[in-house]
Design a protein around this ligand. Structure first.
Ligand code: ADP
Ligand code: ZN
Ligand code: ZN
Length: 723
């Protein structure tokens, strides 16, 4: 047999697969096996992507893999990984890296392995000796007693019996205990926050109808099985997902539940764990590598049949897949930042298509592309019959300070009544920038063309693009002036202002500065949940799916700041942000209200969000997209060329442009982008009708230009469906 092996190297230019002969021990290798192979006088890891009867190469030139790793990849995931590599203009190796066991990837090293420990267990003979009170030493007796109920790690057995390892060896020699290397599971800690209020409750009429539709899709033999659960915030979508997963398991199939960046949704994870117990495996980046490896392996072996995780969980190694849920499908975290820049929602569609499974995307604010393409199930009302909270827009023109007088009044009420409020400001740090009051100097990042953001507690000014930071200066280095003024307000400063405004109510801040790790997010959210009253302030993290029944006020500051970005998705983003934050308020008996501060209160996205009119918003948005041929009526591909000095990046972009031959497309650029991480950038945007043809043309052009010596030193970043 011949194995076609794709080496896991990160080079763009190297293209496999390469043939290896499967002989001897290696005969058991199949598609999806991960093998160490001799390659150009080195050893690299590779994935078997195909088996063949014969090779073009003469037998004497065929090497044999050196060994195979313990874990392999299901063949359908090998195909999915290769498809991602192509679909996102990346390489086969980078596509495959996504589907490998954790700790295996490009770079050809295996950094995670199963963990085993020497374990002592009592034998039948041992039990008999214990019962018959045979002649045993005191220590030996204690060991057998300790092991009578369950096996123990050898070290623990010694500790329990207060004996040395020799005692174990003597018992083993007499056949009274067995010492074996046993696989140890590294189980992630269960984060505890919130509990399902719906466990055991009867479904609402809308939920029951949704579940019935999903069951029909699970039982359908063929046809389009992609569903959109369009339900307002608080309509009980999570309960529908839970039932959908239960129905899938009942049919002997497995399920993937994708959630936005998991640090932000500990509640959802907890609810799945509570309902399905050990059948649930969680995959996310803040688990230790060992824990991730073991969770992956439990899925691969079928010990766990439900995988909950962020975008990368779309590659979970489940077989017999029946369902993929995409919770909060509008969330931007479903798109990967680095190469391959895949979109988990698009990959999920591909995967359900290949597996004959059902896709269930849910949101209160679905994207226009999802609304147009998927069959819609509506849940227009909240479960408890509560109305959505009234939303007021407060114009900020002429208002000084970060808070509108109406917002101050509303917060004062929350303080007096001892209630809870959530305040969203999508800007972290103390103030956005520092300027010299005398000469006007502004502090920018030396490597990126952006201003530095002041972080007071850290005593530093930081670049939010590259991580550069420097101490806050005491005077202007240009003119020596000491009068430096701070402009704008970020979450850090807002927290400070609120603390005195709402005292003695506690103020909690949630942004990526306070929530470095997942445990911190859970801690902050559960402190807010458990507090009698208080204010939660933070970036968009505070608007995501949390279910706190007793929040009576929601506030969005600078709600139209997103509209000032020149991006065709900015309307949609703004609408979603306001609608989602509004969804956090008024979920309890006390009701609630929402205030939206904006410079331009007449903005369409804000008006419609205030009216809770997501269908109206979608209609207008879909019409606009159709007219302008934006997704889903056209497809965008962005190619960025980067170089250390100015010039080569523009030449490369121009060369790309010249090579992209497409009938049904418009090519914009080369256009300069602002510098990031000391690299000049030039961009091309391809707007095309035929997605597959455009992807092919761009991939081909990038392959050519990147292997052309004249463009040496230029790096390429291709983004299909940029966000
Ligand atoms: P959504 O995700 O649609 O915003 P959630 O799933 O957070 O809504 O549900 C809102 C609240 O309603 C949760 O506390 C949930 O436990 C509760 N809930 C869901 N379904 C029911 C039901 N059928 N009966 C009573 N409470 C329910
Ligand atoms: Zn100055
Ligand atoms: Zn920078």
């Amino acid at each position: 047999m011949i194995a076609k092996v794709e080496p896991l190297t990160s080079a763009r230019s190297l293209r496999g697969p390469f043939d290896y002969a499967l002989t001897g021990e290696m005969s058991a290798v199949g598609v999806g096996s991960v093998v160490m192979v001799p390659f150009a006088r080195r050893q690299v890891l590779g994935v078997v992507v195909e088996l063949a009867d014969r090779s073009e190469l003469p037998p004497e030139r065929l090497a044999t893999p050196l060994r195979a790793l313990e874990a392999d990849v299901p063949p359908e995931l090998v195909r999915l990984g290769l498809w991602v590599g192509e679909e996102y203009c990346s390489t086969p190796a980078r596509g495959l890296a996504l589907v490998l066991p954790p700790g295996t990837g490009t770079g050809a090293k295996q950094r995670a392995r199963p963990r085993t420990a020497l374990t002592a267990s009592i034998t039948d003979e041992g039990r008999r000796s214990l019962q018959q009170e045979a002649r045993l030493g005191v220590a030996q007796q204690r060991v057998l007693e300790a092991l009578a109920s369950a096996p123990l790690a050898a070290a623990d057995a010694c500790r329990a019996a207060g004996c040395s390892h020799d005692t174990l060896n003597r018992l083993a020699a007499r056949g009274l205990i067995a010492l074996d290397q046993v696989r140890i599971r590294r189980a992630p800690e269960a984060a505890g926050i919130g509990s399902g209020r719906s466990d055991g409750a009867a479904l609402t009429t809308a939920q029951a109808a949704a579940v019935a539709r999903i069951k029909a899709a699970l039982d359908a033999e063929a046809g389009d099985r992609r569903l959109l659960l369009h339900g307002v915030t608080g309509s009980g979508k999570t309960e529908v997902y839970l039932r959908a997963v239960a129905e899938t398991l009942a049919r002997g199939r497995s399920a993937i539940v994708l959630v936005p960046e998991i640090a932000l949704t500990p509640q959802t994870v907890t609810r799945f764990r509570q309902r399905f117990g050990e059948q649930v495996a969680v995959l996310h980046s803040s688990l230790s590598l060992g824990e991730r490896y073991d969770e992956w392996d439990r899925l691969r072996r079928g010990d766990a049949r439900v995988c909950v995780g962020p975008r990368s969980a779309v590659f979970a190694p489940l077989t017999q897949l029946g369902l993929i849920v995409v919770d909060e499908e509008h969330d931007p975290s479903y798109k990967q930042d680095g190469d391959p820049r895949y979109d988990a929602r698009h990959v999920a569609e591909r995967r359900v298509g290949l597996a004959g499974a059902v896709l269930l995307a849910g949101s209160a604010t679905p994207r226009p592309e999802t609304r147009v393409r998927l069959e819609r199930i509506e849940m227009p009302e909240r479960v408890d019959g509560q109305r959505l909270p009234p939303v007021e827009i407060a114009g900020m023109a002429g208002v000084s300070g970060a808070l509108h007088p109406r917002t101050r009044d509303a917060l004062e009420e929350v303080r007096e009544r001892g209630e809870k409020a959530i305040i969203l400001l999508n800007r972290r740090g103390w103030s956005n920038f520092l300027q010299c009051g005398t000469c006007g100097r502004a502090w920018g990042c030396p490597d990126c063309d952006v201003t530095l953001v002041l972080h007071r507690a850290a005593g530093r000014m930081a670049c939010h693009h590259c991580g550069h930071s420097e101490p806050i200066p005491g005077f202007c280095p240009d003119c020596g002036s000491m009068s430096l003024s701070r402009h704008g307000t970020g979450t850090e400063k807002l927290e400070d202002e609120l603390a005195s405004l709402v005292a003695p109510l506690p103020v909690f801040r949630l942004d990526s500065d306070t929530a470095g790790e997942r445990s911190a997010v859970t801690r902050i959210l559960s402190r807010f949940e458990q507090a009698e009253s208080g204010v939660l302030v933070g970036t968009q993290m505070v608007a995501k799916g949390h279910d706190f029944p007793d929040v009576t006020l929601g506030v969005v500051l600078d709600a139209d700041s997103t509209l000032r970005f020149p991006d065709f998705r900015s309307e949609e983003r703004t609408f979603a942000l306001v609608a989602q934050l509004a969804g956090r308020s008024g979920r309890g008996r006390r009701g609630g209200r929402v205030l939206v501060q904006a410079l331009d209160p007449s903005a369409r996205a804000l008006r419609l969000a205030a009216a809770h009119d997501s269908e109206g918003f979608l209609e207008g948005e879909i019409a606009r997209r159709r007219a302008l041929r934006y997704p889903p009526f056209g497809h965008l591909i962005r190619a960025v060329c980067l170089s250390e000095e100015a010039g080569p990046e523009v030449e490369a972009a121009a060369a790309l442009r010249a090579l992209i031959a497409l009938d049904d497309a418009q090519i914009l650029g080369p256009a300069p982008l602002f510098r990031v991480q000391a690299r000049e950038r030039s961009q091309l945007v391809v707007k095309a009708g035929d997605r597959a043809a455009a992807v092919r043309a761009v991939r081909h052009a990038v392959e050519q230009v990147s292997s052309d010596r004249r463009h040496k030193g230029v790096a390429f970043a291709v983004d299909v469906d940029p966000q």
